[in-house]
Design a protein around this ligand. Structure first.
Ligand code: F6R
Length: 619
């Protein structure tokens, strides 16, 4: 939420502006309520900012060009304090002389008290933001210290809440100072230039060498170097790493939208997540976790914490992990977890799932779990992000950068990673499923090719979506692992096409929701494989008949060759056969494709749906 870029280079030319604008374009998925840039130029700091998407800022700069510069900062906003107006857009100036500019991601919780204090001291505010408070505090601290880094240190100890702050000052055309607490900030290491960004996408066009910062650190970049200190002033060092993907991975690669590209990336996302996690005999090897086998064998309960799509991945994983390990698994929405007095102790594994690794709700749940003594493992897609840092161990998904706001490839990668972990636990614990782990891994290995086959058959789904632009509501039904997929299908449609959509456990229908069925009501039904246990397939086929009898238009996702569904389906969308527990990796695909093309048919912005932002870094 909110994208942040900082740059310092040696030459005073148009590079600073170009780097910052490119960084903002790559970070726009983090928020698109407004955008702004500030550059140091001569005795001044020049600011351009505009509400709305980045294109508005581009037009503004075209009509009122920025001067050449060596250093600057840029921001793309998801509004919290104050509406998405020009005045509330970042950067904000601080001090009576306006020589300082600051940008911010997060929420300063004690801003009201600080604003009152500053107001009493004669400061007048030009925006409703909490950010402007930090800008004025920093300007005042700079007056006292004459040094931007020291001023930042003095200010951050006064702030409560979560923040990343970046600041420039007209007196220092060769410096950008940043600080972070519970909010993302990474450093890009260039040649004769250095960078700051909310994530590496900000500078991936220039360098793949990055530096991860810890909590409560302050970083000062110049063209020549990077200095990191702790808030108490003691020297610190970031952790250097190389970004494993390049700028092309963060581009659309010939597709119309990032979402379309990312849906099509899914075979790679699953394949790459499986890579390197088994030995020559097919046994799972997770040395990367650096957790002793003994710590795992003591686990008697697993709690998965996550939000949104990641939580649905957790719900899918619950069925599989319980089945393979016989350890009870609970899935908690991360933002509820802390407040429900969770039963968590040293024998609990708290598994967080997060694409961004920055979701504040999930981060806070992880911290709470650690305080309670749990073993914490994070399934995460983003190197250098906060949640893995705050966890005992991390199992990375290798989905590559996910830019579209709606999560797709991260979802299948998350399920894959959770399955790897579940099978690893089964292997460690022994018992009947330990022997099965290798054969499940073999089945998982075949999934990428099956997703590819499925993606090649999506024309009819696209066509159906195209006809349904006027649809007012869509229902989704599933059972067992199909239930979270129904929830995910509904979420995709809500967020992308702004259509009322609900997912239900199919068995729940007769307990109330069936009253929603009226003639013509579209209902997607995710049908389990005919090979599923406990006669599940037959039960879902009966559910289809029940809604069809009441006039529903049934859009049925079923395993290829499943002839039982055809008589009751208005449309059958066939997915390749796989083991029942692996089916979610396939059945979700038509639902993603449907949401993508329905949103497109309605003329909406697929990659940047209204009111949303990727990476929700506020609670
Ligand atoms: C929906 C979506 C969100 C995220 C959720 C968690 O398409 O993208 O529901 O899944 O905000 O985000 P991460 O995985 O970054 O923690």
């Amino acid at each position: 939420m909110c994208g942040i870029v900082g740059y310092v280079g040696r030459n005073s030319d148009g590079t600073a502006q170009a780097v910052i604008m490119e960084g903002l374009a790559r970070l726009e998925y983090r928020g698109y309520d407004s955008a702004g840039v500030a550059l140091v130029s001569g005795e001044h700091v020049e600011i351009r900012k505009k509400s709305g998407k980045l294109s508005n800022l581009r037009s503004e700069i075209e009509s009122d060009p920025l001067p050449p510069s060596t250093a600057g900062i840029g921001h793309t906003r998801w509004a919290t304090h104050g509406g998405p107006t020009d005045a509330n857009a970042h950067p904000h100036r601080g001090g009576a002389d306006g020589k300082l500019a600051l940008i911010h991601n997060g929420i300063i919780e004690n801003f009201h008290a600080l604003r009152t204090e500053l107001g009493a001291g004669g400061v007048t505010f030009t925006s409703e933001t909490d950010t402007e408070v930090a800008a004025h505090l920093l300007a005042a601290a700079y007056e006292d210290h004459g040094d931007l880094t020291e001023a930042m240190r003095a200010v951050v100890v006064r702030l409560e809440g979560a923040y990343t702050l970046l600041a420039i000052h007209a007196d220092h055309p060769d410096v950008v100072v940043g600080a972070r607490r519970n909010s993302p900030l990474v450093v890009g290491l260039g040649e004769e230039a250095n960078y700051l960004g909310s994530d590496v996408a900000a500078f991936i066009g220039y360098t793949r060498q990055a530096l991860e910062l810890a909590q409560d650190q302050i970083v000062t970049i110049t063209a020549e170097g990077v200095t990191v200190i702790n808030v108490d002033g003691s020297p610190a060092q970031g952790r250097a790493y190389e970004v494993t993907w390049d700028a092309a991975a963060a581009e659309k690669g010939g597709y119309q939208t990032f979402m379309e590209k990312e849906i099509n990336d899914q075979p790679h996302a699953v394949r790459d997540t499986l890579l390197g996690r088994t030995d020559a005999d097919g046994r799972l090897v997770l040395d990367e976790l650096r957790i002793s086998e003994a710590s795992f064998t003591g686990i008697d309960r697993i709690t998965i914490v996550a939000c949104g799509t990641a939580a649905y991945a957790g719900m899918v994983a619950k069925y599989a992990i319980e089945h393979w390990t016989r350890i009870p698994v609970e899935v908690a929405l991360a933002h509820e977890f802390r407040y429900c007095d969770p039963i968590v102790n040293e024998r609990t594994l708290v598994l967080s799932i997060s694409q961004s690794g920055e979701t504040m709700d999930t981060l806070m749940a992880v911290k709470h779990a650690r305080d309670l003594g749990a073993l914490t493992i994070s399934v995460c897609n983003t190197h250098g992000s906060t949640i893995p840092r705050e966890s005992d161990a991390v199992l990375y998904t290798h989905a590559g950068p996910e830019i579209a706001v709606a999560s797709t490839k991260a979802f299948v990668a998350q399920i894959t990673a959770c399955y790897i972990l579940g099978l690893y636990l089964a292997q460690l614990r022994g018992g009947s499923f330990a022997d099965d782990a290798q054969s499940v891994m073999k089945d998982l290995g075949e999934v990428p090719a099956k997703i590819e086959t499925l993606l090649g058959r999506m024309d009819r789904v696209k066509e159906i979506a195209g006809f349904m632009a006027d649809t007012r509501a869509v229902l989704f039904l599933g059972r067992h692992v199909g239930y979270p997929i129904a929830l995910e299908g509904a979420l995709k449609l809500k967020e992308l096409a702004y259509i009322h959509a609900e997912g239900f456990a199919a068995g729940e229908l007769k307990h109330g929701p069936i009253a929603l069925i009226e003639p013509g009501q579209p209902v997607f039904v995710i049908v389990p494989s005919p090979t599923s246990e406990h006669g599940l397939h037959g039960k879902v086929v009966s559910n289809i008949q029940e809604i069809r009898a009441r006039g529903a238009r049934t859009l049925v996702i079923a395993e290829e060759g499943d002839e039982a569904v055809a008589p009751f389906a208005d449309e059958v969308i066939e997915v390749p056969a796989t083991a029942p527990l692996l089916a979610p990796l396939l059945t979700v695909v038509p639902l993603q494709v449907f949401a993508l093309w329905l949103s497109t048919a309605k003329g909406l912005d697929v990659d940047q749906p209204r009111n949303l932002a990727k990476s929700v870094t506020v609670e």
